[in-house]
Design a protein around this ligand. Sequence first.
Ligand SMILES: C[S@@+](CC[C@H](N)C(=O)[O-])C[C@H]1O[C@@H](n2cnc3c(N)ncnc32)[C@H](O)[C@@H]1O
Length: 261
Amino acid sequence: MFPDLTQHPDYLSAQSLAWCNQLAANTGKYVYPWNGICEGIAAEDILTEKLSSIVRGKVLDVGCGHGEYADRWATFAEEVVGYDMTEGFILTANQNRQPNVRYVVGRTQDGLPFPDNYFDIAYTKKGPTSWYREGNRIVRPGGDVLLFHPGDGNGEGGEMGFYFPGLFGPPTVGTPILDKIQERLETSGFTDIQLWMLKETVWIPTPQDILAMVCFGQSDRFSEFARATCYSGIAAQFEKHASEKGIKTTGFYYMIQAKAS
Ligand SMILES: C[S@@+](CC[C@H](N)C(=O)[O-])C[C@H]1O[C@@H](n2cnc3c(N)ncnc32)[C@H](O)[C@@H]1O
């Protein structure tokens, strides 16, 4: 029904460095360009509530994007540090930062450039999983770690693949994201590990929002191609599956709380 858009010459794999750089060059921010209406409690609100109850001292946000979320902790912490590989996001973050907030550009694969036991808390909101062991080094023993990652069965492989086959991927087999998280937790050195699976319902109100999802972070040329070749199919599938609120989607997340040792 839909062309394989991953074959388009401009296609960039979502969340790759090239894709993040392109998104940052175009908008300066990691913000979804589509509307979604959450029914009930949003998973991110559960993270925020949990963080609100533990934020203190020196705080690290790993994969902080354009810094909007890290910045909100400035009044509750002595120091907030945001760490991210995408220079364009950090550029935006530095334009809006409060005095006790600073940002550092780098990739977690190269380690975290901070002294041992420096932080009281480290967290990630939808950032990488490749820093847990380093996290245990830079958070003081007994300090808190909070990890929030998109889960298995999300848009790419779940309902969206069913409603818009070919445009979003087929369901994933097993739980590859959870498996990777657990593998990394096992060697992290963290203790008192608690893991929650969070689920939220989000209504996507229009076919334009579905197209915006498909084009997120891609080039103008890609987006024009996607509109020309996919929009009528998206509108037809939308008509078929939507209720008056739009298309119902389920978002899955893993949230992990642990202590550094
Ligand atoms: C999904 S975005 C989330 C951004 C922000 N935390 C938020 O919730 O809006 C993931 C962020 O992690 C950053 N990132 C991904 N892999 C990284 C890595 N290995 N090292 C440092 N930053 C990374 C990306 O540049 C991007 O800003």
